[in-house]
Write a protein that binds this ligand. Structure first.
Ligand SMILES: Nc1nc2c(c(=O)[nH]1)N[C@H]1C(S)=C(S)[C@@H](COP(=O)(O)O)O[C@H]1N2
Ligand SMILES: [Mo]
Length: 305
């Protein structure tokens, strides 16, 4: 019996469909890719022509949502799933300010109406040398940047996570300086791979993964992919990211995945895919070298790590 698509949840579809179209990441940006989900992530079987690289298999929804880093909910990998249940990502606003023609505070739902949600499958590679393959939904950050119309003096984009200690228990402590901050150079922010994600596996983003909206920068270590973003500012000078402010010798501004530059306390040359036991060789720029290396060709990657 053929079950109508409307009665299969997106997650079941993913699990049942192991034949993913293999194509380059660049192809995903082209017009050939099915255009994404509705903003409310309702079911649509066509979009599950997700693409994977050879040797990559999607991580399970249960892995992606129970093995997390989100220090606002404490630092154990299982903590965010346990302690984020009272976090309320609705309603939500994102303010866009700084060096732009059109500063504005967007209501999250209104913003989604202006924007086309797409499907992407990206690896997320943590600085602690584990990785996952995650089917994200979201929209290119460039779409929001274009709405804001940055001035030519804007050289960087700064992101901030919400500060809400009543719902984010570790924010009542000094575990990290709050709010969590990250930054990108303007060309990195405009790169078509850079995603503002609003969902995964066809579900709205779970709280532990950064509800309702988080960054995904697939060629950089996971900590750049800041969660639960409520403020985006365009700046002339380079923002200082949270991990950089804590340990500048360990966490640089660029944080490009690079097997040839060790973290001061461990090698970055291999990683463990969650769900596997063997180690994999870490790929330059997490495997997105073709798409992003041009941005760094004049940089000494040992110095600008
Ligand atoms: N606000 C905030 N964003 C954050 C973090 C955090 O602690 N706080 N951790 C980062 C790190 S270190 C990683 S590896 C990724 C993990 O994303 P995931 O839990 O969805 O896999 O989120 C990043 N974004
Ligand atoms: Mo990380």
């Amino acid at each position: 019996m053929k079950i109508p698509n409307s009665e299969i949840t997106p997650y079941e579809l993913y699990l049942n469909r192991r034949k993913f179209i293999k194509s380059t990441v660049l192809a995903s940006i082209g017009a050939s890719l099915p255009k994404g989900l509705n903003a409310n992530h309702s079911d649509n079987s066509e979009i599950y022509n997700a693409y994977l690289d050879e040797g990559d298999e999607l991580n399970k929804f249960s892995e992606i949502t129970t093995y997390n880093n989100f220090y606002e909910f404490w630092s154990g990998k299982g903590d965010p799933a346990k302690y984020s249940k009272d976090f309320k990502p609705e309603p939500w606003t994102i303010s866009v300010d700084g060096l732009v023609n059109k500063p504005k505070t967007f209501d999250f739902d209104d913003l989604l109406k202006k924007i086309t949600i797409e499907d992407r499958v990206y690896r997320l590679r943590c600085v602690e040398a584990w990785s996952m393959v995650i089917p994200w939904q979201g929209f290119p950050l460039s779409a929001l940047i274009n709405i804001a119309e940055p001035l030519s003096s804007a050289k960087f984009v700064k992101f901030e996570t919400i500060f809400r200690p009543t719902e984010m228990p570790a924010q009542s402590t000094g575990l990290l300086p709050w709010p969590y901050v990250e930054g990108l150079r303007m060309d990195e922010a405009m790169n078509p791979l850079t995603l503002l994600s609003t969902g995964l596996y066809g579900h709205k983003l779970p709280n532990q993964n950064g509800a309702p909206i988080r960054l995904v920068v697939p060629w950089k270590y996971g900590f750049k992919s800041i969660k639960s973003i409520t403020k985006i500012s365009f700046t002339e000078s380079r923002p200082v990211s949270t991990w950089q402010s804590l340990a500048p010798h360990e966490y640089g501004f660029y944080s490009n995945v690079n097997p040839n530059v060790d973290h001061p306390r461990w090698s970055q040359s291999t990683e463990r895919r969650i769900g596997e036991f063997k180690r994999r060789k870490t790929l330059m720029y997490n495997g997105y070298e073709k798409e992003v290396s041009y941005m760094y060709k004049d940089l000494d990657l040992k110095k600008f790590f």
